[in-house]
Design a binder for this molecule. Structure first.
Ligand code: FMN
Length: 237
């Protein structure tokens, strides 16, 4: 049953902000002034790898070495049968020359959308490095044995959580979820559900974006040619 919220706690328990009197006008002008000039570096044709996978590997390594929190977090966009998009954050768990792998519930909203339209987009934003990467491609489920390998490598709590959560469905309460978790722990059987596993995004295009001053950003776009080679073009910022 969907619950109607009747009130809110006054103080945010994460940031201690007093929520009383917050309105849509609270930002009044602040958003207009919220901006950064991008000066961290440049990205030119001369220092771009011919292979976008190598370029990704380099930027990913640099992101982790620069201490970006969860550099493997990406926004995944999918589209439903009516052409309406939706986005959410997932964690990249592997990348190879073949593509980019993440794990999820195949019956979730995203899973249902992917079943109807396998084309998707991944977006990474590494703010302190002023870098964005966009990858478009086609999703495929990975082999069950490979999903098993990852599933059983996760902490037990995450395995149990994946088993009991009907991801994206309406549930009656927080208590219902916690009760399911406890019941599953008591049963003691741990098995990867058939509807939980990995997808691989097989890339078709990449865009590497490096912020520059005066909004004259560097944008290098890679497109896969029929020959298998990648063509690089520069896009206007
Ligand atoms: C940092 C972060 C990492 C996440 N990683 C995953 C993930 O790897 N897999 C996943 O299914 N959901 C992950 N989520 C939750 C998703 O954002 C999303 O709520 C969930 O997958 C349901 O999405 P859907 O209803 O669009 O299918 C993550 C959320 C955040 C904020």
């Amino acid at each position: 049953m969907t619950q109607v919220m009747t009130g809110i706690e006054n103080i945010c328990n994460i940031c201690m902000l007093n929520k009383v009197n917050l309105t849509m006008d609270t930002n009044d002008g602040k958003l207009h002034d919220m901006r950064a000039d991008y000066v961290a570096g440049d990205f030119t044709e001369q220092n771009a790898y011919p292979s976008p996978m190598q370029q990704f590997a380099l930027w990913f390594e640099e992101a982790t070495q620069n201490g970006i929190q969860e550099a493997n977090a990406l926004v995944l966009s999918t589209v439903d049968a009516a052409g309406k998009p939706s986005s959410r954050v997932v964690l990249l768990k592997e990348f190879t020359d073949a593509g980019f792998i993440f794990f999820t519930n195949y019956n979730s909203r995203k899973g249902k959308e992917i079943a109807q339209n396998p084309y998707a987009c991944m977006n990474f934003w590494w703010g302190s490095m002023e870098r964005q990467i966009r990858i478009n491609g086609k999703l495929e489920k990975i082999a069950g044995a490979d999903s098993d390998t990852y599933f059983y490598s996760r902490p037990i709590g995450s395995q149990v959580g994946a088993m009991i959560s009907p991801q994206s469905e309406v549930i009656s309460s927080r208590e219902w979820l916690e009760q399911k978790f406890i019941e599953q722990q008591l049963k003691g059987e741990i098995k990867r559900p058939e509807n939980w596993g990995g997808y691989i995004l097989i890339p078709e295009t990449f865009e590497f974006w490096q912020g520059r001053t005066n909004r004259l950003h560097d944008r290098l776009h890679y497109t896969k040619q029929a020959s298998g080679q990648w063509e690089i073009s520069r896009l206007a910022p």
